[in-house]
Design a protein around this ligand. Structure first.
Ligand code: URA
Length: 195
């Protein structure tokens, strides 16, 4: 599948009931050649209206964190486990997540990120470990095959509980540092090849 085929497959998708209630499918934002990928849980109302992930209140807070830690929002790739909005923003059902994972796998295959960051508990439980505990394990790095994985609090959780904001800033700083390391390694490898 290429990106166009993936977009078309999502637009045609009726694998779960959310295909009946969505206004738009919400696939991606950012760079398709990003080394750093962020994965949230599911589109909310603003995302459903616009077809773009993380553009509502939670997305705006997420963008502030990116800016605060010096990550260029155009350089990264942002998507969700689900491509369609669950009614009233309820948690995605396991069967909805299962039906949609095929599209996320394609996104990872096409983008080939080196670091994958889960935004919130739902994405972390799906992508890192089913018994992931976000309060205990946020900000920790896990090696999974070729990827470095990590989870941070979902920006909506930070809007509900601002006392978590400081911890989240520390986690995002650690992610920015890993990302910088990766970019430096890439530059060094490129320079070596030119020797
Ligand atoms: N919450 C998410 O998990 N994803 C979005 O795109 C918006 C809000």
């Amino acid at each position: 599948m290429d990106f166009k085929e993936l977009e078309d497959a999502c637009r045609r998708c009726r694998k779960c009931g959310l295909g009946e209630t969505r206004k738009n499918t919400v696939l991606e934002r950012g760079s398709r050649s990003a080394r750093l990928m962020f994965v949230g849980e599911a589109p909310g109302e603003t995302e459903d209206n616009t077809g773009i992930p993380f553009v509502g209140a939670a997305g705006q807070l997420f963008d502030k964190y990116l800016e605060a830690v010096g990550i260029d929002r155009e350089e990264i790739y942002v998507c969700n486990i689900l491509k369609c909005r669950p009614p009233h923003n309820r948690d995605p059902l396991p069967e909805e997540q299962e039906a949609c994972m095929e599209y996320l796998r394609e996104q990872v295959r096409l983008v080939r990120p080196r670091i994958i960051v889960c935004l919130g508990r739902i994405a972390a439980m799906r992508l890192i470990s089913p018994d992931f505990k976000i309060t205990r394990e946020h900000g920790k790095f896990f090696k999974r095959g070729n990827f470095l994985m990590c989870a941070v609090y979902h920006p909506s959780a930070l809007l509900r509980d601002p006392s978590k904001k400081e911890e989240s800033l520390r986690d995002m700083l650690a992610i920015a540092a890993e990302y910088e390391k990766l970019k430096t390694e890439g530059d060094t490898a490129g320079a070596r090849e030119n020797l």
